[in-house]
Design a protein around this ligand. Structure first.
Ligand code: UT7
Length: 337
């Protein structure tokens, strides 16, 4: 049987600048009441000018490595996978820089681009490196600075997204031990690629003098359509991941869903017929941090005592691409450093 990937470390980092809804309402045609009632978000953390995704990723990575070393005696990592929508540069990947800044030397390091599902795709990549024997341990980071790609005039995205980073360390282990990732359910639907998009700056519409007046370098989202898809796909993915793990969906103790909108999280709970209390909510304090949201929510749930060793745990995400995914594990004795 293939070697399992076992979660053995957890760490996070949020930039220090906190921006509340009232602050946004002073700049945009919005209000604290609208943002809270439509999304559940009360504030978000934003990077300072000059602070890039790698800066947040290194902080979270350091803490995850510390957590793995003090908890499981796992020192360092043999590979780095960085899930991000907001790399430091379009080229090269940001992961090699993160690996070297963490002192991990010349380990394999690459980025994964699956927008808000990036962390789950990153876990799948990390588990694959372990299963094939390419690595015995992998640092999987989700890190974002969405503030660098949001249109300052777009209230529908600025109200939602925040910056941050979270990371886990995976080590090789046995499929039946706590922390071992179950079979991953991942999906994509490129017919919806325009629903979440940065229209310009890629090969389809490169920045050139000729298109300078109409190029759109900002993140765009068709919120309402994305909302519907997110609920259906996450509920389906969790049902399938639970079935593949031999669990009934109602057997899930804690479901850490991508923190996009509290109404999406509640709708997934309702669709699965699970009590909403089993779905930790972190977005009220950090907004939607895309690829960073699941490790940030995991750490918050552990710290709050809502996620404890032995809990049957599912992770679920949905994002641009479109992409989605879910995975199960029994939560191990791991705490954020
Ligand atoms: O992270 C992974 C992918 N992302 C998601 O999963 C996000 C999914 N979508 C959502 O969370 C919600 O669709 C939003 C929070 C983005 C929007 O909420 P909604 O209830 O779906 O609103 P809507 O987009 O249907 O817009 C309703 C109205 C519009 O005005 P009109 O056209 O009815 O006059 C918007 O312009 O609300 C307006 N609106 C706002 N008003 C005040 C949009 N954003 C704001 C705002 N403040 N910040």
């Amino acid at each position: 049987m293939a070697r399992a990937a076992v979660v053995c470390g957890l760490g996070t980092h949020l930039p220090s600048r906190v921006v509340g809804n009232d602050h946004l309402a002073r700049e945009l045609d919005t209000s604290d009441e609208w943002i809270r009632s439509r999304t559940g978000i009360g504030q978000r953390h934003l990077a300072d000018p000059g602070q890039a995704t790698s800066d947040l990723a290194v902080e979270a990575g350091q803490r995850a490595l510390k957590s793995a070393s003090s908890g499981a005696g796992q020192d360092g990592a043999d590979a780095v996978v960085l899930a991000t929508t907001t790399p430091d540069h379009p080229c090269p990947a940001t992961a090699p820089l993160v690996a070297s800044r963490l002192g991990l030397g010349t380990v394999p390091a690459f980025d994964v681009a699956a927008v808000c599902t990036g962390f789950l795709y990153g876990l799948a990549a990390g588990a694959g490196l372990i299963a094939t024997g390419t690595a015995d341990s992998v640092l999987v980071v989700g890190a974002e600075t969405y503030s660098s790609i949001l249109d300052p005039a777009d209230r529908s995205t600025r109200a939602i997204f925040g910056d941050g980073a979270g990371a886990v360390v995976l080590r090789a282990g046995e499929p039946d031990e706590p922390g071992a990732l179950g079979p991953m359910v991942l999906g994509s639907d490129g017919t919806g690629s325009e629903l979440i998009q940065v229209p310009s700056g890629g090969s389809r519409d490169p920045f050139r003098a000729e298109n300078a007046d109409r190029a759109d370098p900002f993140f765009r989202m068709a919120g309402r359509q994305v909302f519907r898809n997110a609920v259906e796909r996450m509920a389906e993915a969790v049902t399938e991941a639970a079935a593949r793990a031999g669990w009934r969906p109602e057997g899930v103790d804690v479901l850490v869903a991508h923190q996009a909108n509290v109404r999406i999280i509640q709708a997934v709970a309702d669709q699965l017929g699970l009590p909403r209390e089993r779905f930790p909510v972190h977005l009220d304090r950090v907004g939607n941090t895309s690829a960073a949201s699941i490790p940030l929510a995991l750490a918050d749930a552990v710290t709050a005592g809502a996620l404890r060793p032995g809990h049957k745990t599912a992770l679920a995400a949905f994002g641009g691409g479109l992409t989605w995914g879910a995975v199960t594990m029994t939560w191990p004795r791991v705490a954020p450093a």
